[in-house]
Design a protein around this ligand. Structure first.
Ligand code: ZN
Length: 328
């Protein structure tokens, strides 16, 4: 078995490669078939457009990064061309700082602009909001892969928030450990909204709930009967001495409400949904619902101080940012 490191000086001979396989070996390295054997491609990049392996180095770009040339589609690219941050003026860590501040602290985009300006990063409030809307949901989706296993007792509730004089409804479910399972923003509080929420929550988890716990809001009855008929539906209230209560989900409404207090509410259902998903993703990371140690191997939850956990969250977000790929 040859290693690409030993083949660097004969890179032009790589035309001998017959075909690239979309497979990886035990170490996660991309492998390709070559006449007579297998080689690893550790240092070459895959073309983000046609997914062929780069076969030619083509100088360096303005930022000093190795540029590759893809012969089949005749495009030039660098190792970071397939990143979701490709084409943005500011590097990923700057974008992630803004996303993190906006989602986890009660700061407006205009306040974040001033904080960034102190660090010689001049952007507009609109840019900050665009970053949050673009990368927040992507990070939240990436985080879902690392979250702790979702429990099988789901407590579901909705809470309203104002948009001017109009009410919007935030549907949220938590499991028996207080982990937020999913969140959905709707403009109506009815059966269709309840069904949409159940449908989304089921699609985003690999767990079939055993029990659905709600308050006495009528639309949950039919929505649960249609979509989660296999689970027991328990209708209860907040103040119960024994048995199920809706306390866990009522408590989960507090952090986003605290974040949005002082803000002028959520502008539209679409952007509001993206913000809430981003918020819940980051909050899960800070609360410990995400396996932080998988993302930050040196992190020890039992002995870590608040400061170490905060820094681990930053590292985890950067690791996740590296994983984000540009949409094809
Ligand atoms: Zn290509």
């Amino acid at each position: 078995m040859n290693h690409i490191g030993q083949l660097n000086n004969v890179s032009h001979d790589l035309w001998a490669i017959r075909r690239v396989l979309n497979s990886r070996d035990a170490q996660g390295q991309r492998v390709c078939e070559i006449v007579g054997g297998w080689i690893h491609f550790a240092s070459m990049s895959t073309c983000p457009s046609c997914h062929h392996l780069a076969t030619k180095c083509d100088g360096y770009d303005a930022a000093g990064r190795q540029r590759y040339h893809c012969r089949p589609c005749r495009r030039d690219f660098t190792a970071s061309s397939s990143s979701a941050f490709s084409g943005y003026r500011w590097p990923p860590d700057v974008i992630l700082i803004a996303v993190r501040w906006h989602c986890s602290l009660p700061l407006s985009a205009a306040q974040i602009v001033r904080l960034l300006a102190e660090r010689n990063i001049d952007v507009s409030a609109r840019t900050v909001l665009n970053w949050v809307q673009t990368f927040g949901p992507q990070l939240a989706a990436a985080l879902r892969k690392y979250r702790r296993r979702v429990g099988r007792h789901w407590t579901v509730d909705e809470v309203f928030c104002f948009r001017g004089t109009q009410k919007l409804y935030v549907y949220r479910a938590v499991d028996e450990h207080g982990q937020v399972i999913d969140v959905l923003l709707r403009d109506k509080r009815n059966r269709a909204s309840a069904e949409a929420f159940f449908r989304q929550a089921l699609a985003r988890t690999d767990v079939t709930p055993k029990a659905i716990i709600t308050d006495h809001h009528q639309p949950y009855v039919k929505a649960a009967a249609v979509l989660i008929s296999f689970a027991r539906h328990v209708r209860t209230g907040l103040h119960r001495r024994r048995g199920y209560t809706t306390q866990a989900v009522e408590r989960s409404h507090v952090p986003p409400r605290d974040r949005l207090r002082g803000a002028r509410g959520l502008r539209t259902v679409h952007t509001g949904q993206r913000f809430l998903e981003s918020f819940e993703g980051l909050y899960a990371l800070q609360r410990g619902d995400v396996k932080l140690r998988v993302l930050v191997p040196r992190y020890r939850a039992t002995t870590a101080s608040v400061h170490e956990t905060t820094r681990a969250v930053v590292v985890a977000m950067n690791v996740l940012g590296d994983q984000l790929q540009r949409a094809a």
